[in-house]
Write a protein that binds this ligand. Sequence first.
Ligand SMILES: [Zn+2]
Length: 632
Amino acid sequence: MKIDYGEVGLKVGLEIHRQLDTRTKLFCDCPTEQVKGKEIVFQRWLREAQSELGEVDPAALFEARKRKKIVYHADTSSTCLVEMDEEPPHDLDQEALEVALTAALLMNAQPVDEVHVMRKIVIDGSNTTGFQRTCVVAMGGWVEAAGKRIPIQTITLEEDAARIIRQERGEIHYDLTRLGIPLIEVSTAPVIHSPREAYEAAYRIGRLLRATGKVKRGIGTVRQDLNISIRDGALIEIKGVQELDLLPKVVENEVVRQLHLLRIRDELRRRGVKREDIEGEEPRDVTHVFKQTKSKILRRKVSQGGRVMALRLPGFAGLIGLEARPGIRLGAEFAGRARAWSEVEGIFHTDELPGYGITGEEVEELRKTMGAGEMDAVVIVADEEEKARDALERVRERAAEALEGVPSETRGARPDGTTVYLRPRPGAARMYPETDLPPYPIRPEQVEELRRRLPPTLEEVAENLAKRYGLSPQAADELIDMEKVELFERIVSETGVAPTVVASTLTELMKSLRREGLETQHIPDQEFLEFFRMVDRGEIAKEAAEKVFRWLAENPGKTLREAVESLGLRPVSIEEVEQRINSLITAHRELVERNPGKAVSVIMGELMKDYRGKVDGARLFALVKERLAKQG
Ligand SMILES: [Zn+2]
């Protein structure tokens, strides 16, 4: 389906988050680098938090209702009493503030006169305090991207949240190492009108942030959030897009999802479905229908003491299973909402039944029990009765919202570019001042000093790189975009391998392996360095790069030594090669005398069969010529 984004009135605003590579965290002296120390584990319970204005935030209420036990894992080398919320925050880290101000100047923004640290309610447990500290550093900038000026609304410094280790029923585990690492957040105005523009704006902002030279690299250091709306749809917040390349797909899918929900709304209205009809329905126990069922999940849940509960949805037949794209259908919305609130597993609806071990007879019996007509649908959930009932009440609420079109929600990005319901959108009353910290004035002289010392843009860096190492402008650009400049310079300075060979291995080869779906980003820098050291010492041929790095990508955690061993690329001695050349010359004696040129190519062909990837081709060729000259 081709979408006319102008026609649907797409508006996207971006929030780009990036970890800063400062010496210490934002409000304490712990390092931002991961170090291994002693682990402490402690627990907390979530509580409903009221803002100073006395309102309960809908997002906070949502988390509190789940009543989970929070288990924190803290490493003593990277966490202190501040992260554990046993001690007030220390002063705002000046290094982080300077990086944020530098980024602000690169984006033509106006620094604030005074930085005020605020508390933003976050009570999913990812902050031990129940809030995240955040402060606006600059406002009103712009970047040039997608052929236009994209306004930057705010540039903010905030503390990163704790990382989820695992979630179990009623329990959630967090690692505190990441908590408090400075994050810069750049928010654009919602003036982006296509997936392509979203990509280009994010790319441009990412490059300007990297020009500060003070951002962290690698997986988990960048998170892109989006605000998306279309005409007649709703404002949806999508959290946590980690890969820049995924951004356009997430935008496109969200437009498809909203259009799909609008079509369903129109059809429900056409069928004359009323809100009262849906809200009048109650979940009912239908366990008896599935007494003899072959469905594994239903049987398991019932044998564990659970019940099968059902909800009739009048007028919904055919609309729950209707799919706009893989993963985009009303059924997925129901399941996402039910699971977020109630953690149920088995949830089915009549559009997808019979199936999953549930027979046609059972479906018929189910419909009869529920009094469901041809145009009605039935949703069933198997779990502990209270959980199943709770889940179905969420489904009922979501079904009623389908009559309005698109409900306003916070959703999470998944690796395939689709999204899943996370929580309701937070209310406006979620920010209040951090009373433990003073305001921090920003002096005009400080800003002027930073302006004088602005780092070169990455375009300038690329130009220098290309000039210094004889690289093409594209190769230099790719080294920068793939964040391999430091590694490249280190390899080139420590080995005698040609810069163009190093660059193409780090960029072209990795890109082509990634296109095959291999995760080359997990290969440590050390293994690249070691590979080129071996090439330099003549222990391995540069042509072996593809084999070696493919193996390393397929075997995460293994070393180059193990790759060489496993691939049988063990170093070959020159004596061995020379002996082999001698015996080939003897074997082709007649050809060598009759047609020396032809003989060289025949012998080279044989040698390459034996030594491809082990000995450099040019080196073999030189050795053959040398031997022949001696014999001649
Ligand atoms: Zn600390």
